[in-house]
Design a binder for this molecule. Structure first.
Ligand SMILES: [Cu+2]
Length: 166
């Protein structure tokens, strides 16, 4: 009787521990930062003024995620931009309403000529071969910081429309 009782208590304790482990595991999975992986990230070299960061944002989770803001030591102001083609075919970039959507189990691409993280006012020259950190903040308040290499890139000099979306 006493031996059997001890075994029963041990089994209950093991089950309780297993349950605790499960629930903290699923809490983590609900955080956007746990679901999103950043890859192929890079920043456009520039001596001063504006520049931009690009990357693939991979959402391996089962919920949509939104990037709502971003920061970087390279620029005191970072904006989430999209590029639109206006009348006459002019490419114009502007702040993207609602930020960048990364659909569940899908990828959002930040590319020259498309959505990008805009460095509005460089703190210092961005030299090819150097690196800078970028932090993206999600709609649930979690965030991911990644290191991006600075590369020469001469294409896609879009106009900037600061008056949109205000
Ligand atoms: Cu831009």
């Amino acid at each position: 009787m006493s031996a059997r009782h001890t075994i029963f208590v041990a089994a209950v304790l093991t089950a309780a521990l297993a349950l605790t482990g499960c629930s903290s595991e699923s809490d983590k999975e609900t955080e956007a930062a746990q679901a999103v992986t950043i890859k192929d990230q890079w920043v456009k070299a520039a001596p001063d003024g504006m520049s931009a960061a690009f990357a693939e944002l991979v959402n391996s989770g089962s919920k949509d995620v939104r990037v709502v803001s971003a920061t970087s030591p390279a620029s005191p102001r970072v904006e989430l931009h999209e590029v639109v083609t206006g009348d006459g075919g002019t490419m114009t970039m502007r702040p993207k309403d609602g930020g960048f959507l990364i659909p569940a189990e899908s990828t959002a691409s930040l590319t020259p000529g498309g959505d990008h993280l805009m460095f509005m006012d460089l703190s210092a020259p961005l030299l090819p071969g150097a690196e800078t950190d970028v932090t993206v903040i999600y709609d649930d308040g979690s965030s991911t910081t990644f290191t991006a290499q600075i590369r020469d890139f001469s294409g896609n000099q879009e106009n900037y429309d600061p008056n949109h979306g205000g």
